[in-house]
Design a protein around this ligand. Sequence first.
Ligand code: SF4
Length: 126
Amino acid sequence: MTKVGLIRCEKNETRCPLTNCFKTMLETTEGFAGYDACTPVGVFTCRCPGNNVADMAKILKSKGAQVIHLCTCTFASKTEEGWDKTKGGFCPDIEKIAADISRASGLPCILGTAHLPKDYSPITFE
Ligand code: SF4
């Protein structure tokens, strides 16, 4: 059972309650397809410009997280043809933030949760 911490973007926190993030985590599909089983340890909201993520990552680790995932909507957008990474998502600095999370916590940080863009394989920062 892999214990997962989630970090989402403040720009989506009042619009999406992470419904498909949790669904795919519990199903171990999409961004969680590499795990046998997952359980969430908690969720934090990253606030621009992302200076708070290092502390959040350390707290998630202290709560038992073995890996931290960043929501797909941070780096991809919904289009009529599906989710598209080329158009970007809510965060223009998501790769730097993922690297900061991994460096601060010592945990792998993975870009992706639900509804992955076509032909996208989750990128791991470690
Ligand atoms: S990735 Fe999808 S389900 Fe998860 S917070 Fe973003 S819009 Fe909601």
